[in-house]
Design a binder for this molecule. Sequence first.
Ligand code: NI
Length: 143
Amino acid sequence: MTVRLTRNYRFVASHRLHLDHLSEEDNQKLFGKCNNPYGHGHNYVVSITVKGPIDQRTGLAISLADLDALVQHEVIDRYDHRYLNFDVPEFAAKPSTTENMAFAIRDHLLANWHQKLGPSAPLLIDVKVQETKRNSVTLALIN
Ligand code: NI
């Protein structure tokens, strides 16, 4: 009785993708509109997927209230309504690409995973970050 469960979360944030060691032209070529000088916003959707057995007493694989509290504390509170370049330490020195955001979110979640979700918490198996309707990145932790 093992299931995969996915829960979606939303936040808004602004950023600028820019690498100081590249020329303006190369930055524009590499990052396109995300390199525009004064930043821009995205409506991000983060999908967290876990895998684990169903607790036969509750019929649940995870307490969504506990997962929500963890994601709120570790992700939403850090990123929502922030300018990622200046407000979020992990993106001061590296670009807040969707790829880098997926890894950062994984790290924040795993840092307190068992402390907040308990010793028998299900496994975190996917972190998906959707930046626009056209692109998303899925970090698969377990295949
Ligand atoms: Ni962008």
